[in-house]
Design a protein around this ligand. Structure first.
Ligand SMILES: [Zn+2]
Length: 335
């Protein structure tokens, strides 16, 4: 058993308390490779933002779970050294399992140094979701690890998680769920969705430039949930904005993304000021990396050193993470 405390991680309890009081949200960025983790560290140190490093089961398969665990550990050490070099303070970092689906998986992450886990029982019937979540919480709390549960179903595709239609979280369910599971935070469904094609064109309107405008998030449901469980930390998944600039660069350089649409940043900014304490962003990073790589390939077709195209991809990620921390989530300066 490796405790996250030996590795220099923190759980999400104090992060969320401060975020709640301060009216901002903690960024949760997924990583699968070195360039992503370097960019997260650089951006969060430079903006002095607390951060949650997320590992999905897809990432565990792609990058190897043991390597990911050491990459997380490496991120803490890099963060300390980089902060010192820049004359800045260290930033709180959590290592989080994204969309854990079994007790065994959550347990194995907790035993290998994760400070926070999500147990996603949202595809189970309500009572079964409660039972599974409670089982994970009981084990996690023995090790001072925080747990995120989920109620409601998000549409879209993200690694192993996919659903055709979304089901909004029913505010009537949240009190019972939180009370009986003793969970530390709750992911809800209010109109965000996984992936880069969050809505079908038929669900959207188009602005004067032909850009798809998605239906607004259901802030009315969020408000009802907040009234049911005052002061309780809420999590938004599928909260990428799918920037038109990134999609444009991809498509101008040989890509073929169609009808990509995300959550407008103004709405995320509004959510971050409420009980939403954690916002998951993955697709936007994928898009900016792809944009930078495609552009390099088109402009420098003779280039074959991976550092020459992964480097610009990493630079693009740093800019995006800084922008999210400073201008969208409000987490900059809150380390
Ligand atoms: Zn998710």
């Amino acid at each position: 058993m490796i405790s996250y405390k030996q590795l220099g991680f923190v759980n999400t309890r104090e992060m969320f308390q401060k975020a709640f009081k301060g009216g901002y949200a903690i960024p949760a960025y997924n990583f699968n490779n070195m360039e992503q983790i370097q960019a997260i560290v650089v951006a969060c140190v430079e903006t002095q933002s607390p951060v949650i490093l997320q590992v999905s089961s897809g990432a565990r398969k792609y990058a190897n779970q043991i390597l990911l665990q050491y990459m997380g550990q490496g991120a803490v050490e890099m963060m300390k050294a980089y902060a010192k070099e820049k004359g800045l303070g260290p930033v709180p970092m959590a290592l989080h399992l994204d969309h854990g689906d079994t007790f065994e998986l959550a347990k194995s992450c907790i035993e290998s140094g994760f400070s926070s886990v999500m147990i996603d029982g949202s595809h189970h019937p309500f009572e079964k979701n409660i039972e599974l979540t409670r089982q994970v919480v009981e084990f996690a709390h023995k090790h001072d690890v925080t747990v995120e549960g989920e109620l409601g179903v998000l549409a879209g595709i993200e690694d192993e998680v996919s659903a055709e239609h979304s089901t909004y979280t029913d505010p009537k369910d949240v009190v019972k769920f939180v009370k009986e599971t003793n969970v530390d935070s709750l992911a809800i469904s209010i109109g965000t969705s996984h992936g880069a094609n969050k809505f079908k064109p038929a669900q959207c309107t188009r602005n004067a430039d032909g850009i798809l405008i998605p239906p607004p998030l259901r802030f009315d449901i969020l408000k009802e949930i907040e009234q049911q469980i005052p002061g309780f930390p809420i999590v938004l998944h599928g909260a990428s904005s799918v920037p038109v600039e990134a999609v444009k660069i991809i498509n101008e350089n040989g890509g073929a993304l169609k009808d990509s649409v995300g959550i407008p940043e103004e709405q995320l900014r509004q959510a971050a000021k409420s009980a939403v304490c954690k916002v998951n962003i993955d697709s936007d990073g994928r898009l900016w990396m792809t944009a930078a790589i495609r552009k390099t390939f088109k402009e420098k077709p003779a280039e074959f050193d991976p550092r020459k195209y992964l480097g610009p991809a990493r630079d693009a990620l740093v800019l995006m993470y800084k922008h999210k921390n400073e201008a969208v989530l409000g987490s900059a300066g809150k380390a």
